[in-house]
Design a protein. Structure first.
Length: 269
């Protein structure tokens, strides 16, 4: 009798193990939904059906190293966090700044990019040369971004927020706002490719932060993604992509960004 019971228990356990293994195999073969911002040159944007940008090509290299299948899900920036948390997308790569508040709810990869904020104003504006000149000025930025939170701390400015940063740039060109505070590379790309000589970057880059790929807590992909970020840094892919999209070599490689972040965390605690 005991032998029969044990036999049945053994069969049941074997079935459970086989189901678990099958599920793991399915998870590995799953095509991930990867959120990206629709229009954030030069990081992620679409032209027709084609996805372009530094983060697009970087993710393609990371996914290849990590052997991850995926499909792009373009959306507005403000939808990205919500979509990751709800499971509508599995991951997002879209200039997501690492912050403690977000870390409490989301899982972040190792940092892959360092950025800062800059000021954009009309080319004929001589009154604005830095943050000290923004009091009583109408300053545009993207809603929910790091730039928005930084601008909110500047005394005396009037913030006008936008779902899409390109709309903020258009309003600056039309002189509906006095300045824009946003990510430095985005501003530089706009000045070079779309401003038609009507806008200029002023002052120094400030408020530097790091970007990371974001997913839900306790996901099964981040370990492979972190290994892939390191791999594309070591084999020259990262530097080549950075130079292609930004015209110069990176000041800090991802390994250095990770070391700096860990050092800062250690000294904060």
């Amino acid at each position: 009798m005991n032998l029969r019971v044990r036999s049945k228990q053994g069969i049941s356990l074997l079935v459970v193990l086989l189901v678990a293994l099958a599920s793991t195999g399915c998870a590995k073969d799953k095509s991930l939904k990867v959120g990206m911002e629709k229009n954030s040159r030069p990081f992620t944007y679409t032209e027709g059906e084609e996805k372009k940008g530094f983060e697009v090509e970087l993710w393609q290299a990371i996914a290849k190293k990590a052997k991850l299948k995926y499909e792009w899900v373009p959306m507005e920036y403000g939808e990205l966090n919500k979509s990751v948390k709800s499971g509508d997308v599995d991951l997002a790569i879209a200039g997501m700044t690492i912050t403690n508040a977000r870390k409490n709810k989301l899982d972040y990869s190792d940092p892959y990019f360092q950025s800062g904020e800059a000021i954009l104003t009309a080319s004929d504006n001589e009154a604005i040369k830095g943050t000290d000149d923004l009091a009583q000025k109408i300053v545009a930025t993207r809603n929910g971004s790091t730039a928005y939170h930084f601008a909110s701390e500047i005394q005396g400015i009037k913030i006008r927020s936008y779902a899409n940063i390109s709309d903020a740039y258009d309003d600056l060109k039309n002189k509906s706002v006095d300045a824009v505070i946003f990510e430095e590379h985005s501003i530089q790309d706009y000045v070079q490719n779309s401003a038609d000589g009507k806008a200029k970057k002023v002052g120094e880059v400030f408020n530097k932060d790091s970007y990371a790929i974001v997913a839900k807590k306790r996901n099964m992909y981040m370990g492979r993604i972190n290994k892939a970020i390191l791999a594309v840094s070591k084999d020259g892919t990262y530097e080549a992509l950075y130079t292609k999209w930004f015209g110069s070599k990176p000041e800090k490689m991802p390994k250095k960004l990770k070391d700096d972040m860990e050092h800062d965390i250690e000294h904060e605690s």
